[in-house]
Design a protein around this ligand. Structure first.
Ligand code: SF4
Length: 264
């Protein structure tokens, strides 16, 4: 079961009781979740552990400087309808959910994600978002993000893929997700079937540290690749998570080897 409260983090040894009050204040504003797969990777010194630093809240999150913004990347200015961000002519973000399996402390959408965040699009809102894409022929690529779209049920994911697949000018559907790493068992046959389309489907994996690429995570990626889904990856430069260029090389090397996971 995922750890979702400060009490659970303290019980697991990932936070200490002397910081309970500040951490409860952080958790009241910014969602907390650490999946079993990520909890299992956290070492004995959580304060300096690169996995813990990504997911365990810190009192430093309460420091907000005058120049910080609610919407730091300016999504709102490019949102013609709810659930769409259309910043560049040929591509648009579709955000069907603001739920994630883990909540990353560095997330630039941290005000919007989580149980008290912007939530899921309703059926009508999703229909309006899809209609915007359908009525905008310049959109060549749709990036399905959130939140993490792979928390949606295979049925809901399949409906979104089918709707996008039916739009002739959409040539690429790209999902951005942490699920293959943070909850690898979720990459099951039903989810993979939901991604089936005549349009090219890409899955962009968000991973930040070589330790995240466990055998289970690599096998989850291999299941996607074996199903004909192209994978790319993204990583965030994070102080205290990245140990320097050597670690980035190791992460890149592991990511390149993922198609061989089944043969390892
Ligand atoms: S999974 Fe993505 S959207 Fe969710 S908290 Fe992490 S960075 Fe933000």
């Amino acid at each position: 079961m995922s750890l979702r409260t400060i009490e659970a983090l303290i019980e697991a040894g990932f936070a200490t009781d002397d910081h309970r009050a500040e951490l409860e204040t952080v958790a009241a504003s910014y969602a907390v979740a650490v999946t079993p797969a990520m909890a299992a990777l956290i070492g004995r010194a959580p304060e300096s552990d690169p996995i813990a630093r990504q997911f365990v809240p810190s009192a430093a999150e309460l420091t907000v400087s005058d120049d910080e913004r609610y919407d730091p990347i300016g999504d709102d200015a490019f949102a013609p309808v709810k659930g769409i961000v259309h910043r560049y002519p040929d591509r648009a973000l579709l955000k069907p959910t603001h739920t994630c399996p883990v909540y990353c402390r560095f997330c630039f959408r941290r005000e919007m994600v989580g149980p008290d965040g912007a939530g899921n699009l309703s059926g009508d809102e999703l229909a309006r978002a899809l209609a915007y894409i359908r009525n905008t022929p310049s959109i060549w690529e749709v990036i399905v993000t959130g939140g993490d779209p792979f928390v949606l049920s295979p049925r809901r994911l399949g409906e979104i893929v089918a709707a996008l697949d039916a739009i002739d000018h959409v040539r690429v559907i790209r999902f951005h997700t942490r699920v293959p790493v943070v909850d690898p068992d979720r990459i099951d046959p039903a989810l993979i079937r939901a991604l089936s389309a005549r349009t090219s489907v890409y899955v962009a994996l968000h991973a930040n540290h070589p330790r995240e690429l466990t055998a289970a995570a690599r096998a989850a990626c291999a299941r996607l690749i074996d199903a004909g889904i192209a994978m790319v990856s993204q990583t965030v430069l994070l102080r205290g998570v990245r140990g320097g260029p050597g670690r980035l090389d190791r992460l890149a090397a592991l990511l390149r080897c993922i198609p061989l996971a089944d043969q390892a």
